[in-house]
Ligand binder design. Structure first.
Ligand code: ADP
Ligand code: MG
Length: 383
């Protein structure tokens, strides 16, 4: 078991073009934490994981595992285990031999090998399959063997790079639960890469949100915090738009009044919305973006609609039985982005109609023109 500390970590694959992939990555990962790296494709999640594993050089900065600087320590000596998206089992070997292979290479005592493989098989529910070859296993079982291969090494830190992305949707959900249980049982430090934010929200103790690095940006680490911190208090527009599904709605406007712990926003469509945010650092007339999550919108006449209401034109409705979605167009939205309502009850409305929806003032987020969030003074809770 071990802490992992990253200080000012930077990666540049090609110094000739001076274009960094990762910059100023600072992460303090505690022993036993389940950490998830999320971000759009190409933002550097795998690169960061591979640097921790030692498979990729660190251009500058420090990487400490269990208190020791390991920048120049080879992968095999870092006490880490890695599971990849493509689990590449040896097809001619049984499940047992696939799991035992790495230990045999280390000339480990036979009894110890058997004991570790049997124990890992027990944790992963693979006892009945030890004599099978990989081709006689399902995708989920194969992925478990790949994880087993890692567990038997008893590493201090487990690294997973999108381990479930090759599995179908139902199996992903099942394996997600398995991995969560595994973390509880092993009590190990896990760093897990995914682009699936449901996986991130459900598995993580803390989520690290990365964005594709912009030329002059100080860093592409957008926020590092617990799933609920990121959901309730996204620091900026990027995190607000990335965490939560469907995506947070964004409406353009300007600050029209600032009060203690509250702020009135006049949308470009003219509607006035009260947001429970501390906008004292801002000024009246300043351009802002108001954010509200689809699941926090309420009926326009509801007493919960304390912030006001917005109008939109209904484009599409979707009824999923347990959930109901309305995709609208609002003149205050960014061009090309929908205004989405998620409701537990069916909303009686048809495509082409105008719909007014209510906004609770405590459900609002507010961002300045640079996309930085004003602190919220309340957090809306659905009953
Ligand atoms: P992610 O895992 O978030 O999708 P990656 O870490 O794989 O992103 O890639 C981040 C960026 O680094 C991408 O622009 C990718 O093209 C680049 N990159 C990845 N590996 C290499 C490499 N070996 N050499 C040069 N560029 C690379
Ligand atoms: Mg990747």
């Amino acid at each position: 078991m071990a802490d992992v500390l990253l200080q000012k970590v930077r990666k540049n694959y090609n110094p000739a073009v001076l274009k960094d992939t990762l910059r100023n990555i600072n992460l303090d990962i505690k022993d036993g934490d389940f950490i998830v790296f999320v971000g759009p494709s190409g933002c550097g999640k795998s690169t960061l994981l591979r640097m921790i594993a030692g498979l990729e050089d660190i251009t500058s900065g420090d990487l400490m595992i269990a208190g020791k600087r390991v920048n120049d320590v080879p992968p095999a000596k870092r006490d880490i285990g890695m599971v990849f998206q493509s689990y590449a089992l040896y097809p001619h070997m049984t499940v047992f031999d696939n799991m035992a292979f790495g230990l045999k290479l280390k000339h480990m005592d036979k009894k110890e090998i058997i004991s570790r493989v049997v124990q890992a098989a027990d944790v992963l529910g693979l006892e009945a399959f030890l004599e099978r070859k990989p081709k006689a296993l399902s995708g989920g079982q194969r992925q478990r063997v790949a994880i087993g291969r890692c567990i038997v090494q008893q590493p201090s830190v487990f690294l997973f790079d999108e381990p479930l992305s090759n599995l179908d949707a139902a199996l992903r959900v099942k394996m997600r639960l398995e991995i969560s249980k595994l973390h509880q049982r092993l009590n190990a430090t896990i760093i897990y890469v995914t682009h699936d934010q449901v996986e991130a929200m459900t598995l993580a103790d803390k989520i690290c949100v990365l964005s594709p690095l912009k030329a002059n940006a100080e860093s592409n680490l957008e926020q590092f915090g617990s799933p609920l911190e990121l959901y309730n208090h996204p620091k900026n527009l990027f995190v607000a738009g990335f965490i939560g599904s469907p995506k947070m709605n964004f409406l353009k406007g300007e600050i029209s009044n600032i009060q203690d712990g509250k702020c009135e926003v006049k949308l470009i469509t003219g509607e006035r919305i009260i947001a429970e945010v501390d906008a004292t650092s801002g000024s009246v007339g300043q351009s802002v973006i108001l954010g509200v999550r689809p699941e926090h919108l309420v009926d326009k006449d509801s007493p919960l609609a304390t912030g006001g209401k917005v109008m939109g034109k209904v484009m599409v409705t979707e009824n999923l039985g347990a959930e109901f979605f309305v995709y609208m167009e609002s003149g205050a939205s960014e061009v090309g982005s929908d205004f989405t309502v998620k409701s537990e009850k069916e909303i009686e409305v048809a495509a082409g109609e105008e719909l007014a929806v209510g906004i609770p003032s405590s459900a609002c987020h507010l961002f300045n023109a640079d996309g930085i969030a004003f602190p919220r003074t309340a957090v809306y809770k659905r009953n």
